[in-house]
Design a binder for this molecule. Sequence first.
Ligand code: ADP
Ligand code: MG
Length: 219
Amino acid sequence: MKEYTMTPSGYVAYLEAVSRRIRENKDYVTQLDAATGDGDHWANLNSGFEKVLQKKDSMKQMTFQQLFRSCGMDLMSGVGGSSGVLYGSAYLAAAKAAAQMETLDVAGLSQVLSAELEAIMARGNAKPGFKTMIDPLYQGTEAMKAALAEGKTDAEVLEALRNGAREGMEATAGMEAVRGRACYQADKGVGHLDPGAVTMYYQLDLLAACMKEGGEADA
Ligand code: ADP
Ligand code: MG
């Protein structure tokens, strides 16, 4: 059984992987938001992560608390749309949760993700099942917590996070939107994946992969 941990420098490598994954999926994510929203979700997130990574060299020297705070401030101020405010709030909550963490282990990651989930639900006044970025985060976090409680290995806990996140993302296709622009559509977006859920899944999938130190993400 291997114990996985991540350093701030490893987290910066993860952020670079996220930025790359978002860049590679420009057309797909833009089309998803064009179908149910206003088509800017890809551009919002892409510019957000580019802004965050402008500080990548100094971020590698930060504590997790400082690093998450830096991400939160940049995403909050530098990203348009709902997703900037929601991810900004998530990372500011992550900074509080990580106050004592020198490195991030699997249990710490679970605490950080739970804090992000709470922050996004509070800020967006939304819950699981509303067809948003919350769905993959909620299902991923729940699956991770259950695996931790069952004493599973780190690798199994991270696999639970990834699989739960994928299921939560996929489930948004069948949901009627209660929050976000899709709720103004006549069909409430039914039949379409939520773009914010897809990009949240990218991040959780890569988090699991990067935590396994260079393991391959599967999407
Ligand atoms: P905007 O909707 O302002 O154009 P984006 O396109 O960047 O912002 O982000 C849209 C995504 O944000 C949606 O796909 C959804 O996942 C998420 N979202 C929107 N509103 C909320 C909310 N109130 N709570 C949680 N997530 C939300
Ligand atoms: Mg949009």
